[in-house]
Design a protein around this ligand. Structure first.
Ligand SMILES: C[S@@+](CC[C@H](N)C(=O)[O-])C[C@H]1O[C@@H](n2cnc3c(N)ncnc32)[C@H](O)[C@@H]1O
Length: 289
């Protein structure tokens, strides 16, 4: 894969905005680049500060799902700007933390902003999620926070994570999963979006037809040697993300057709999520020996 293909359109916008010292984008997406989690939606106030805290909450939820404790070796695959590594670094001690990303520009920022705590080690490595440059059975936990849909294959990633995990270790991921009744329509939606907006659609590496349901994850876990430990539908808790992220991204994006398409695709996703047709789920799996 060329470096150009690894550059997602939304990350180009985020990196440009951060470089131009856009305060709002840096606050909202300069650390975590994922949806927020609110215990109750009535608590969301629509501000970027509130959104940043909610994004932090989601990373904490992921740590809980993966049962992270002190003194572990943790791999965060598709680590963005190192937001979840920073969360772990600030909450646990004696940790050996490794972040992996396919985009070197994001890793450069991660290395700049994540300062290892006194008893922790932090490293960021460029690699593809489906070809991890690590030894067998060398991690206690593998995380993939809101990124598995970008990877070349969920199955290959599950196998790679299993290879690098110690037996009994945990893999935790979060993903957007269509409800069963949507699945027959997914191929058609993908065809329509790809046909109508080929450029924006491919630049965001969206691949709706590769979406999988909750039940597919259960089957995938069984096939690749895991036991499902935790399956938590948090769609409702993530909904306040849409107005704030839509506002920030619209302001930060260059005017034009690609931006209109991005906004439309996100609004479509919001509509499906509000109808319960598209769910945001946190999973964790135990690697069987
Ligand atoms: C929505 S962002 C999530 C970033 C980060 N996990 C977070 O929560 O802040 C998706 C991430 O997946 C990364 N990514 C996409 N394809 C990848 C691949 N094949 N291998 C590793 N990382 C990949 C992107 O570069 C990006 O950092």
């Amino acid at each position: 894969m060329s470096d150009q293909t690894n550059r997602l359109r939304y990350f180009n916008i985020l990196l440009d905005s951060i470089e131009q010292r856009n305060q709002e984008v840096t606050e909202a997406f300069g650390h975590h680049v994922h949806w927020g989690y609110w215990d109750s939606n009535s608590l969301a106030d629509g501000s970027v500060e509130d959104f940043r805290q909610a994004a932090e909450n989601l990373s904490v939820k992921m740590c809980e799902a993966a049962k992270i404790t002190d003194n572990q070796r943790v791999l965060d695959v598709g680590c963005g700007f190192g937001g979840t590594i920073a969360t772990i670094n600030s909450r646990y001690k004696d940790m050996d933390l490794v972040g992996v990303n396919i985009d070197e520009r994001q890793l450069a920022r991660a290395r700049e902003v994540v300062v290892p705590a006194a008893t922790n080690k932090v490293k960021f490595v460029k690699a593809d999620a489906c070809k991890l440059p690590f030894e067998n059975h060398s991690f206690d936990v593998v995380l993939a926070v809101e990124c598995i849909f970008h990877f070349p294959s969920r199955e290959l990633f599950f196998k790679e994570a299993k290879r690098v995990l110690k037996p009994g270790g945990y893999l935790a991921i979060c993903d957007f999963t269509p409800a069963d009744i949507v699945m027959p329509w997914i191929g058609m939606l993908d065809f329509v979006f790809n046909g109508l907006f080929p450029s924006t659609y491919s630049q965001n590496n969206l691949n709706l037809k590769n979406s999988v349901t909750l039940h597919d994850y259960e089957k995938l876990a069984e096939k690749t040697g895991y036991r499902v430990v935790h399956e938590h539908d948090i769609t409702v808790n993530t909904l306040p993300t849409y107005p704030v992220s839509g506002r920030v991204m619209r302001k930060a994006s260059p005017p034009g057709w690609d931006t209109e398409v991005d906004m439309f695709l996100t609004q479509t996703m919001e509509w499906f999520s509000r109808q319960g047709l598209y769910r945001y789920v946190i999973f964790s799996f135990e690697a069987l020996s």
